[in-house]
Design a protein around this ligand. Structure first.
Ligand code: AMP
Length: 377
């Protein structure tokens, strides 16, 4: 599935191209079509799944294709923390770069002056934390009467942080006729109750909770400069007892380069990716399955459908941007109760991705320090 197939308009496709997204994540695939049809959504998804784009893209599209442009704030996104609000705002900026819509973010802990100034100039999309929003509403700087799209993000965290009364006060000011998007990582009776008061005939979308799959896998991190990654891979394959490894790369070209280098030093490997013929892919896969091939190098897309019993090692040669992808990758090892090992080669520019992954799996990963290429900056 591509973003084109989700019927996104070309300014959005261009922006996505620029930020380097090629394939919609599962939550995006499931949410975008319903949202474009005007439906309410009850989404169960964690950070790292691509949930922000799942609501931001359709909101941008619906707003920019609406027949009559009117002034006033038409979309409100409520987020529990300043960090999340800023991140969402940044995403709106990136995805909406080619559109004329204006967005801004407001949160507490800083003076309100510049926020009020920006609001005065006119804003179409407002991203806010509850406290500052209410504050500015009470002072008369913000009216919610024109809101058509309302997003409550990380609802469970909002409740944990004690925002329920603030949220209720905000909701009371929203027009009845609107589209509502509700996201929560967990679903409790309290969350269900809140969702019921907000949503009308919602479509439920769910991305599989990050399961215990990741718990069966021994995971470690190797800090290494980008240019030393291939040497580290060779080193690891030569010095450790690795029977069978699936190596993930981001690009087809990168996969080919690795294979070339490994074969040069006598480590039998092949790549599977979109530029390979069906025949070549099948040959590589069956060689990997019957153990004549020790290393298979794959891109995420090509790796779908690889089902290998008792795969001992997954090596993340490059760290995926979407944290969920990491979990899918390592879920390929340690199957059927057998323990697997996942190694991640982390360059300096991938540190943020790794942080998101740690957050998603709620685990701090061990760092391997005993290798000759230690240090990534
Ligand atoms: P989120 O769950 O919304 O916080 O997104 C997690 C990360 O994934 C962010 O860094 C996004 O920029 C990135 N991301 C979201 N959707 C995609 C996609 N379809 N392809 C690649 N990266 C994405």
């Amino acid at each position: 599935m591509t973003f084109e197939q989700l019927h996104l308009i070309s300014p959005l496709l261009e922006a996505l191209n620029k930020v380097g997204y090629t394939i919609p994540t599962p939550i995006q695939q499931q949410s975008i079509p319903h949202l474009l049809q005007g439906k309410d959504i009850f989404g169960c998804a964690q950070t790292g799944t691509g949930k922000t784009a799942a609501f931001a893209l359709p909101i941008l599209q619906l707003m920019s294709t609406a027949p009559n442009y009117t002034k006033g704030i038409k979309a409100l996104i409520l987020a529990p923390t300043r960090e999340l609000a800023l991140q969402i705002s940044e995403n709106f900026g990136e995805y909406g770069e080619k559109l004329k819509l204006k967005h801004t973010v407001i949160f507490g802990g800083v003076t309100q002056y510049s926020q009020v100034q920006t609001l005065h100039k006119g804003v179409d999309i407002l991203i806010a934390t509850p406290g500052r929003l209410l504050d500015l509403m009470q002072q008369g700087y913000i009216s919610l009467k024109d809101i058509q799209y309302f997003v409550l993000d990380e609802a469970d965290r909002m409740l944990d942080m004690g925002f329920i009364h603030d949220i209720k006060k905000v909701i009371a000011k929203l027009p009845i006729k609107r589209q509502t998007i509700f996201f929560s990582a967990t679903v409790s009776p309290e969350i269900n109750k809140l969702a019921q008061t907000l949503l009308v005939n919602p479509v439920s979308v769910n991305v599989t909770p990050i399961s215990s799959a990741a718990e069966l896998v021994t995971q470690s991190i190797y800090y290494v400069k980008k240019e030393n990654k291939r040497a580290l891979l060779t080193h690891v394959l030569k010095t450790q007892h690795i029977e069978h490894a699936l190596v993930f790369t981001r690009t087809k070209h990168g996969a080919d380069k690795i294979v070339k280098e490994l074969n040069k030093v006598g480590i039998k490997s092949e790549a599977i990716h979109g530029n390979k013929s069906q025949n070549a892919r099948e040959r590589a896969l069956s060689g990997f399955k019957n153990r004549t091939l020790r290393v298979l190098v794959a891109t995420d897309i090509a790796s779908r459908g690889i089902d290998v019993d008792k795969l001992s090692h997954v090596i993340n040669f490059e760290i995926p941007e979407v944290a969920e992808t990491y979990v899918h990758r390592i879920g390929r090892t340690g199957r059927a109760g057998s323990e697997g090992i996942a190694m991640s080669f982390v360059a300096h520019e991938e540190m943020d991705y790794m942080k998101n992954i740690s957050k998603l799996i709620n685990k701090k990963l061990d760092v391997v320090e005993s290798h000759p290429f230690l240090g990534n900056s």
